[in-house]
Design a binder for this molecule. Structure first.
Ligand code: MV4
Length: 450
């Protein structure tokens, strides 16, 4: 019998807390839910084996309250903590604290979380391991003079980015040499204000890339596999709307080549557990930009195509088990698409918390809905507005789109506005159907309102 945890505490809420509970239940592992006072009636609390209230509604005092969460784990006898995504998932200090209390953090080593949280350290490490990067400065800019020299060498436009950034914060474009000083100053000031750290670096600005990310999984015994790519280019203000596996822009050869480079690099790094490498893809070239050291919102499209339970793999690996299979055993079957349904006005994107009076999720072959919603649930105003992920899988992209269209038509969330109508419009767009879109396409589509 393989090593296994006796009880897992899930330090999250909503659909991802349910998702992790489901994996634990199938593995025969009891779960502990934690919740704020605002979430006492939430589905993740109702379905857990045990639950502990960890504080008031504000995330800072509940889902980010490390002392309360560790106490909950200790009093319930949990021996591992799964952080989900967001909240404490990429907090290296929390991962350290979990381990210091003799519990297991279901995720990477704290040193790797810390390394990838520093975007300069992440790029430096990946460059040394042979992963392709966007042309730019070698590490932190020493000053404006170096910025001028590097930009002069690689050519404008360039982008100044915060070392502590990510998700688009602390980024400034300089279109010409005249704009460089301002971009450099503003990026530093914003970065210091937002992160308490004004280290910045410079990259060639790519004007119409796709955002393609590669899912990897590594065990504690040096084995690394990848589960292919996701195309996450359909986003608005750094909020993803829809993701696909595989990318309509690349084929099996590019996937195999990128996957080989990345798995070799992560094996040399000694990385462990799930990870995602983000790339910009333009003119047939991949360029690494960041690595996420967590399970991601959009992981289900990868699960559908590979037929693998990524959360189960995370838990097995954290318990010390070997992957038990190699890259040649990973098969990519068909195409999957995920729509993120949020409690937001589909035109203005203002949040729409409130009472859900009726809820009907679509079903049938190749349809998966990850959601903690139910009729009578009140969406609280305190947290992320994601209320459901609709995931479809079919043998071809064309069939997946047909399945998505009919699933969206079946989906009913009554009582609050949601982004379901926006998804219905996107699915009908010729550019989407052709797979012909980049990271800017959705913002223009929304602005046109057509
Ligand atoms: C870039 C870029 C163009 N060129 N880097 C935005 C968030 C952060 N993860 C990296 N981002 C970008 N970096 C270079 N050299 C354009 C973006 C970008 C972006 C990237 C991925 C998904 C959506 C995006 C939206 C705007 C800008």
């Amino acid at each position: 019998m393989a090593a296994q945890f006796s009880k897992v505490l899930i330090a999250n809420r909503g659909e991802i807390a349910l998702r992790i509970q489901r994996a634990c239940r199938e593995m025969g592992i009891p779960t502990v839910a934690v919740h704020s006072t605002a979430d006492a009636e939430a589905m993740h609390v109702r379905l857990a084996d045990e639950s502990v209230c960890i504080g008031p509604p504000a995330a800072r005092e509940s889902y980010l309250n490390t002392a309360a969460i560790l106490s909950a784990a200790i009093i319930t006898g949990a021996d591992a903590i799964h952080p989900g995504y967001g909240f404490l998932a990429e907090n290296a200090e929390f991962a350290d604290m979990v381990e210091a209390h003799g519990l297991t953090f279901i995720g990477p080593a704290p040193a790797h979380i810390r390394m990838m949280g520093d975007k300069i350290a992440a790029k430096t490490a990946m460059a040394a391991l042979g992963v392709p990067l966007v042309p730019g400065s070698q590490g932190e800019l020493s000053g404006l003079e170096e910025a001028r020299a590097v930009a002069g060498r690689i050519g404008y436009p360039v982008l100044i980015k915060a070392a502590a950034g990510g998700g688009g914060r602390g980024m400034k474009v300089a279109q010409t040499p005249d704009g460089l000083e301002d971009a450099w100053r503003v990026a530093r000031v914003e970065s210091r204000a937002a992160f308490g750290n004004d280290a910045v670096y410079l990259e060639k600005y790519l004007d119409r890339p796709r955002h393609i990310e590669l899912q990897v999984m590594a065990d504690a015994h040096g084995h690394v596999v990848h589960f292919g790519e996701r195309d996450c280019s359909l986003q608005r203000r750094h909020q993803k709307l829809l993701e696909e596996a595989g990318s309509p822009a690349i084929g099996p050869q590019a996937r195999t080549r990128l996957g080989a480079d990345v798995t070799a690099a992560l094996a040399r790094l000694g990385y462990r557990n799930a990870g995602t490498l983000e790339f910009l893809y333009q003119d047939g070239q991949f360029a690494f930009i960041e690595m996420n050291t967590r399970l991601q919102v959009e992981h289900p499209v990868t699960e559908m195509v590979c037929g693998i339970d990524l959360v189960r793999e995370q838990i097995r690996i954290a318990a010390g088990e070997a992957l038990g299979y190699g890259q040649e055993d990973v098969r990519f079957a068909g195409h999957a698409i995920e729509c993120r349904v949020t409690a937001e006005d589909p035109e203005t994107f203002t949040p729409t918390p409130g009472l859900v009076t009726a809820f009907h999720a679509p079903g049938g072959l190749g349809v998966r809905v990850d959601s903690a919603l139910y009729a009578g649930y009140r969406v609280p105003p305190y947290y992320d507005s994601l209320i459901a992920k609709l995931v479809v899988h079919a043998p071809t992209r064309e069939q997946a789109i047909a399945r998505l269209r009919r699933s969206l038509a079946e989906f009913a969330v009554v009582g609050i506005k949601t982004t379901l109508p926006l998804h219905e419009r996107v699915v009908e767009a010729p550019e989407f159907q052709a797979g012909d879109y980049d990271i800017h396409w959705l913002e223009r589509f929304v602005a046109a309102g057509s």
